[in-house]
Design a protein around this ligand. Structure first.
Ligand SMILES: [Zn+2]
Length: 316
């Protein structure tokens, strides 16, 4: 009997863990609304991209925050009502909007007061839009994920955010989706559909490699996977491939949650060593603070970098 119990207590946890699906959760965010890389910046093409992207997001049941650069709502110096309408469509589709500054400056490169002024200029349209949809503007995303070069700037900016009712939206899944998007839009603009398809076909496997690496970073640091926050951009690549990306993530065991839910995890209270490396994620900063060196990024295929050209090094 005792031997049987011992056997059972050894085997039972294995049986349970084999049967229980891995619980993985992810909050999805989009930057550079209303649009980033698209083959053409005429309104018809941009509207088409917005419609397709929102459709895919709704079909995947992913709660999403879209971060706006209001400078992109202007054409030849005046506010374009059509572009404002696209933001309204994000809200009508059930998503939330956040502030990504007006003109996408870097907090590492411009003085704090200029940066704060740009941020406030970036809520002129979005804040009233949110109010009329019964929502409150509350999320901020740092352009280039640049958090400020010194502890003093970072602390002062944190006070500014709090004072204006904002919370910074972290990113844990560092990725180069935007390089694929630049390459994809360029191939499409040149009418090269074969290349566009090849770039699109490489995108989801690349993102799977990104998640493999990110999960390992979380495991190395916390001994478990954490609720992650992914940043993507409002571009043609995701209008065409977000559904495939979401399918891969669901296959991997991910359930989509809100940004607020993700941030409830205690991991988000971790101390951060800030490297200043463009695009580096919170998870990498936490790892550095714990004395770990983040592993190499998942590689972007050479033909994608080549097609993206010099824009591949410009960052987000
Ligand atoms: Zn951005």
């Amino acid at each position: 009997m005792r031997i049987y119990l011992l056997f059972f207590s050894l085997i039972f946890p294995l049986v349970v863990s084999a049967q229980m699906p891995v619980e993985r959760t992810l909050a999805i965010t989009f930057d550079d609304l209303p649009f980033a890389s698209v083959p053409s910046e005429d309104n018809a093409a941009l509207e088409h991209m917005t419609g397709r992207l929102l459709q895919s997001l709704q079909a995947s049941h992913a709660p999403t925050v879209g971060f706006v650069n209001e400078a992109k709502l202007y054409r030849e110096g005046s506010l374009d009502p059509a572009r404002v309408e696209w933001l309204r469509r994000w809200l009508a589709a059930g998503f939330e909007l956040g502030n990504h500054t007006y003109s996408h400056p870097s907090l590492n490169r411009v003085p704090l007061d200029a940066f704060e002024a740009d941020l406030l200029r970036g809520e002129a349209v979005t804040r009233p839009l949110m109010q009329s949809a019964g929502q409150t503007l509350r999320w901020f995303r740092h352009p280039f994920l640049h958090l400020g070069k010194t502890p003093e700037v970072r602390a002062a900016f944190q006070d500014f955010l709090t004072g204006h009712g904002y919370r910074a939206a972290p990113v844990t899944v560092n990725n180069s989706e935007w390089v694929f998007a630049v390459a994809y839009a360029r191939a499409q603009a040149q009418g090269d559909q074969d290349s566009a398809r090849r770039i699109g076909a490489a995108y989801v496997p690349y993102m799977e490699a990104v998640f493999t690496r990110t999960e390992q970073l979380a495991l190395d640091l916390f001994g478990r996977n954490i609720p992650h926050v992914l940043v993507l951009h409002a571009n043609s690549l995701n209008a065409d491939y977000f559904s495939a990306l979401a399918a891969m993530l669901k296959q991997r065991g991910y359930r989509f949650i809100t940004l607020g839910e993700a941030l409830q995890d205690r991991a988000y209270q971790s101390p951060m060593a800030y490297s200043g490396i463009e695009g580096e994620s919170w998870l990498e900063g936490w790892s550095r603070a714990a004395g770990l060196r983040p592993s190499q990024q998942a590689p972007v295929p050479g033909f994608v970098i080549q097609r993206a050209g010099p824009a591949a090094y410009r960052g987000y």
